[in-house]
Write a protein that binds this ligand. Structure first.
Ligand code: AMP
Ligand code: MG
Length: 498
């Protein structure tokens, strides 16, 4: 699936003039401040696809200027740096005021379609919202955020993007001393559920309304025509969130910290921390080592998405006007999730039509995955290669399961189901291969890139980025990157430390 080459970019760092729509909000919404420079920064990685979003001609840009700009050592023309305030529920508990503790919004730039992209530096120094933190991010977590943002975009899942990582030899303290880095992130907006909760819990009805009107005007202008625009806003964010989480579930993505301050008002995946992709399938899998209770386990994600929408609904209640209207908007979550999840499963299993027994067929497959702890990505990829008739080729799939008899029975039912809609083998396989990725960002792959980068070899990040930009393509030369994780990967633990 080679997409046509994008038109040549036209801007350099001198002509990429920034606006800042967020800065048109009243001063209470943010603090104007400068990034804190880092000594002797260097380039760690860059995403050409993200640069294209800004229409930025990287080749025509001096590398030193690029590095200085996206470390925060040099300002872009028109840049009005600021850190935004927000609050949130963390692990189900009201946490009070949070905010951009280590992120600084430089401003926004228009792409060729006149869509504006906010440019944010993450790890660029202390802000009034840093609380106990140092305003910095370590190289390790910056690489994880960079790679996953771009990988998710290539999977077709709504997400913030990552332009680049710059690094510095300045050390910061985590469990051990580590070097610091800055990730430049892009999104149409970084406004969170917690941005609304902030004003609601501080009893600032006027600010709440200003924020809602700002979001409606810039991101959902059509909703202003609705009888109750605030209810329509809640319903739209609820739908987007439900659909986003269905998409996460369909590729086995686990966010790890679905606190309301990490939930995007645009329904994007944001704030990559201790995320993970499901490998040995276990619906109870918890990817975040800090999440002892499993609040954000794979199985819980859809429920927590709903819970988070409720938290947003609570905050919007004064604007919506009645509990009944708020609840009506929130009630759209489950049907929206089911509709999307069902559609994604039909694509994953290569079914064109919908039949009554499909849910049962899907559930039985997940039960087999669970029982065998079969690799989520590999199993769906092998299933995509399956022929309509049994053959020796079935072995590649059978190898992933322990109870082969149960799998064989399921395969027999699956093939009957395919026959019932006269499924065309080639067409089905093609469709399945474009919805069941071969390559996902397995933790161990990120870890290898991180360890090399910690020794100043950044080549593996670039290589991974290239592979993950085409997750559905076979790329036989990189087949090893689709393999089961090695034994040592079982020891990897990812926590909130970043
Ligand atoms: P998270 O759950 O990682 O998105 O972070 C929760 C809150 O802590 C946000 O307000 C962050 O800005 C803040 N935070 C996390 N790490 C740091 C840090 N090293 N310095 C300052 N603030 C931080
Ligand atoms: Mg966050």
């Amino acid at each position: 699936m080679n997409s046509p080459a994008p038109p040549a970019a036209t801007k350099t760092l001198h002509t990429l003039t920034l606006g800042n729509r967020f800065a048109t909000l009243p001063a209470a919404f943010y603090t104007v401040l400068q990034p804190t420079p880092l000594p002797a920064p260097y380039l760690v990685a860059r995403s050409p696809a993200a640069a294209a979003l800004l229409d930025l001609d990287v080749a025509a840009t001096s590398e030193q200027e690029f590095i200085d700009t996206f470390t925060g050592n040099r300002l872009l023309p028109g840049s009005q740096p600021l850190a935004a305030v927000y609050s949130g529920h963390q692990f189900g508990v009201w946490a009070g005021q949070l905010g951009d503790g280590r992120a600084i919004l430089l401003g926004d730039a228009a792409d060729r379609q006149q869509q504006r992209w906010e440019i944010q530096l993450k790890g660029s120094g202390l802000t009034p919202y840093s609380r106990m933190g140092d305003g910095r991010a370590v190289l390790r977590s910056s690489i994880r955020e960079f790679l996953c943002s771009e990988a998710m975009a290539a999977l077709g899942i709504p997400t913030s993007r990552a332009l680049c990582i710059t690094g510095s030899d300045q050390h910061i303290m985590r469990e051990t001393p580590e070097t610091t880095a800055v990730v430049t992130r892009l999104a149409p907006s970084f406004i969170r559920f917690g941005s609304f909760e902030h004003w609601y819990y501080n009893d600032r009805a006027e600010q709440l309304q200003i924020l809602a009107d700002f979001v409606l005007a810039h991101y959902f202008p059509d909703l202003r025509q609705q009888a109750n625009p605030y209810q329509a806003l809640l319903a739209e964010v609820t739908r987007r969130t439900a659909e986003l989480i269905a998409q996460w579930q369909a590729v086995g993505f686990m966010h790890g910290v679905m606190n309301t301050d990490n939930m995007s008002i645009l329904g994007l995946t944001i704030d990559y921390g201790p995320y993970g992709f499901m490998e040995a399938y276990d619906e109870q899998h918890i990817c975040n080592h800090t999440d002892r209770q499993g609040r954000y386990s794979y199985r819980m994600q859809p429920t927590i998405g709903h819970w988070n929408c409720h938290a947003l609904g609570q905050a919007l209640l004064p604007l919506i006007g009645s509990v009944a209207e708020t609840q009506a908007a929130l009630a759209t979550y489950e049907p929206a999730f089911q509709r999307k999840w069902d559609a994604l499963l039909h694509r994953k299993f290569g079914l064109q039509s919908t039949q009554e027994q499909d849910q049962d067929l899907f559930q039985r497959y997940f039960a087999l995955l669970q029982e065998s702890h079969a690799d989520f990505t590999l199993s769906f990829r092998q299933l995509s290669h399956l022929g309509n008739q049994p053959s020796a080729q079935d072995e590649a799939l059978r190898d992933l399961f322990i109870d082969r008899t149960a799998l064989d029975l399921w395969l027999e039912n699956y093939r009957q189901r395919l026959a019932s809609e006269n499924s065309d083998e080639q067409q089905r396989q093609q469709g399945m291969l474009s919805s069941n990725p071969k390559y996902v960002l397995r933790n161990y792959l990120a870890q290898i890139a991180i360890e090399k980068a910690q020794n100043k070899d950044f080549s593996e990040i670039e290589k991974l980025l290239r592979i993950l930009e085409r997750p559905y393509d076979e790329q036989p030369e990189y087949a090893a990157y689709a393999n089961l994780p090695p034994d040592w990967a079982g020891q990897l633990e990812v926590s909130c430390s970043s």
